[in-house]
Design a protein around this ligand. Structure first.
Ligand code: SAH
Length: 268
């Protein structure tokens, strides 16, 4: 079933005419003041007929992401094309483009746009994946509401997204159906085992944080591929872990602290 067309509060539209900061001009095509989206609105091609109000707030969100340091145009473009408000509960629609995580039911959350953009940008920076315009096959652990899978569909050739909670798997299917993204495959199952049918993957991205990296993920990663996953550190906090599989072996680096829901085994 499709969600009702949302209406956005006036305050989200009120800064429509403000200019992007000088430093951003020219940083990406969606940010330039000449962008037709900002100066001369045209109807969106969306089959569901979502209005221009959402494209304006989304463009604003993309500007903020760029200001926060997301410099990859391909990622910014994917964030600008993905209608986050379609993935959240109707009561939360007015927060859909704020840089905040939001509840999606069953105790789970959709990540902040900034974290989604940062993790996808990290995948695209993998040394072994340079020279290709798109990522190849990507495995996402934790479909949740399906938002990140939709973003990934714009940067990867195929997206396999696995969810262990039946209720969220069904919800994601429902959210994704009207978008008709033929390269997104949602699977119900335990992502700690990876998803061998789609392997080898050029990238694996986890939306839930574990205590150790499952061996299955490394086994299912192609040589040259990269894993980005939240992981428990020895200090008991969570940080982003980046794993590169090289012909010489596996290299890992630990980046900034993050807060993700726990990675759990089995299905429910
Ligand atoms: N990417 C999601 C965020 C979902 S939150 C989105 O855009 O909405 C993380 C999700 O990981 C939760 O739905 C949780 O149920 C799921 N998860 C946790 N452990 C998992 C596992 N072993 N396999 C698959 N999904 C898992």
């Amino acid at each position: 079933m499709m969600k009702q067309r949302p209406s956005f509060p006036a305050r989200l539209d009120s800064d429509k005419t403000s200019k992007p900061p000088q430093s951003l001009l020219g940083a990406t095509r969606v940010l330039t003041p000449q962008s037709p989206m900002r100066t001369k609105p045209v109807p969106m091609a969306s089959p569901a007929g979502v209005g221009l109000d959402s494209s304006t707030v989304r463009a604003r969100m993309v500007q903020k992401l760029a200001a926060q340091g997301v410099t990859d145009d391909v990622v910014l473009d994917a964030m600008g094309r993905t209608e986050r408000h379609r993935f959240v509960d109707s009561a939360l629609v007015n927060q859909a483009y704020e840089d905040t995580s939001l509840p999606i039911g069953l105790g789970q959350t959709i990540s902040k746009p900034n974290v989604v953009a940062r993790m996808i940008a990290l995948l695209r920076e993998a040394p072994g994946l340079q020279g290709e315009s798109k990522l190849g096959r990507v495995l996402e652990i934790g479909t949740g509401c399906g938002y990140q899978a939709a973003v990934l569909s714009h940067v990867a050739r195929e997206v396999y997204s696995i969810e262990r909670l039946r209720g969220l798997h069904d919800k994601a299917r429902e959210n994704l159906r009207p978008l008709r993204l033929p390269n997104v495959h949602v699977i119900f199952g335990d992502g700690m085992l990876g998803y061998p049918k789609g392997a080898p993957y050029s990238a694996i991205i986890a939306a839930a944080g574990g205590e150790a990296l499952p061996q299955a993920w490394i086994d299912q990663l192609a040589v040259g591929g990269r894993i980005v996953a939240p992981m428990q550190t020895s200090q008991g906090q969570q940080a982003l872990l980046v794993i590169d599989k090289t012909p010489q072996g596996v290299e890992q680096s630990l980046l900034e602290a993050v807060h993700f829901v726990p990675l759990k085994s089995g299905v429910a």
